[in-house]
Design a protein around this ligand. Structure first.
Ligand code: MN
Ligand code: MN
Ligand code: MN
Length: 285
């Protein structure tokens, strides 16, 4: 289980999910819940889609908070998977639209492959039923995990990943995610800022992380998430130091997916240490 949430409430939360990807609340409900706990600047960053942004923007207008249009892209760097958050993007920018279409194709192929493997181990009608769980949007592995729980095959989502869906497990299917530099380019051409999401979750050593940050800055990356929903004080200190050393800005995001994961809450993120420049200070939002 992840560390308990720090007792901070941030008025800025730049990493959240809705039913447009693998979150459990509709975009408007995420915005409303954020406004209710005091968040004033919120980014909706669904996986590889901007489908929730219009609804979120309308809700933000009603609630009187600022919605930063965002997205979380799955990418590859040195044959490893990473997540890249794009903030303050123009969701209609052609380069980004084309990139997202490519990502949706990759996800569609992967979903079909996962479903095929699940059928082989006796999960009936896996693709159609998972698509229904995804509210008509592209299913993610989390949606397949929810199906395995709903069918009583796994007790919880963690077990669905550790027994079936995780790397090397019977229903695992890899994906040919785009390269990091390509995805940074899509975000920049959409007028946005590229931020490496939850940088300590990849289990890189500090040396490899340093190489990533340097390469990322050279390709036009803006910053890293210094404060995440599951960061402890050591994580924040380490990431703040590394961002400052590498000339990268800092972002703050809970990675909220819904109320059924109570250890990650909207706005529950540590404050950004003063030594790091805030990525949102230069945002036009
Ligand atoms: Mn997710
Ligand atoms: Mn992520
Ligand atoms: Mn996320």
């Amino acid at each position: 289980m992840a560390a308990p949430s720090p007792a901070f409430l941030s008025t800025v939360d730049l990493h959240t999910h809705s039913t447009a990807s693998d979150g459990s609340l509709a975009p408007a409900a995420v915005v409303q819940a954020a406004a209710e706990v005091g968040v004033q600047m919120l980014a909706l960053t669904d996986h590889d889609t901007v489908r929730g942004l219009d609804e979120a923007a309308a809700a933000a207008h009603r609630c009187g908070i600022t919605l930063v249009p965002g997205v979380e892209l799955s990418v590859r760097w040195k044959e490893r998977s990473l997540h890249l958050v794009g903030l303050d993007i123009d969701p209609a920018a052609p380069a980004l639209v084309a990139g997202l279409a490519e990502l949706q194709r990759i996800r569609e192929i992967r979903a079909a492959g996962i479903a095929q493997r699940l059928e082989r181990i006796g999960v009936h009608d896996a693709l159609a039923r998972t698509q229904a769980l995804a509210h008509g949007n592209q299913p993610t592995r989390t949606h397949f995990a929810r199906l395995l729980v709903a069918d009583g095959i796994c007790r919880d989502l963690e077990r669905a990943f550790s027994r079936y869906l995780g790397a090397g497990k019977p229903a695992y299917v890899g994906a040919a995610w785009p390269e990091l530099d390509q995805a940074v380019d899509w975000i920049r051409r959409a007028g946005g800022q590229a931020v490496i999401a939850h940088p300590l979750r990849y289990r890189f050593g500090s040396q490899l992380r340093g190489r990533l940050y340097q390469a990322f800055r050279e390709m036009g990356g803006a910053g890293i998430e210094v404060c995440c929903g599951t960061s402890d004080a050591d994580d924040v200190r380490r990431s703040a130091n590394e961002a400052a050393e590498q000339g990268l800005k800092g972002s703050v995001g809970s990675d909220f997916h819904g109320p059924e994961q109570p250890w990650v809450r909207l706005g529950r993120v540590a404050p950004l240490p003063a030594k790091v420049d805030a990525v949102w200070a230069s945002s036009s939002a």
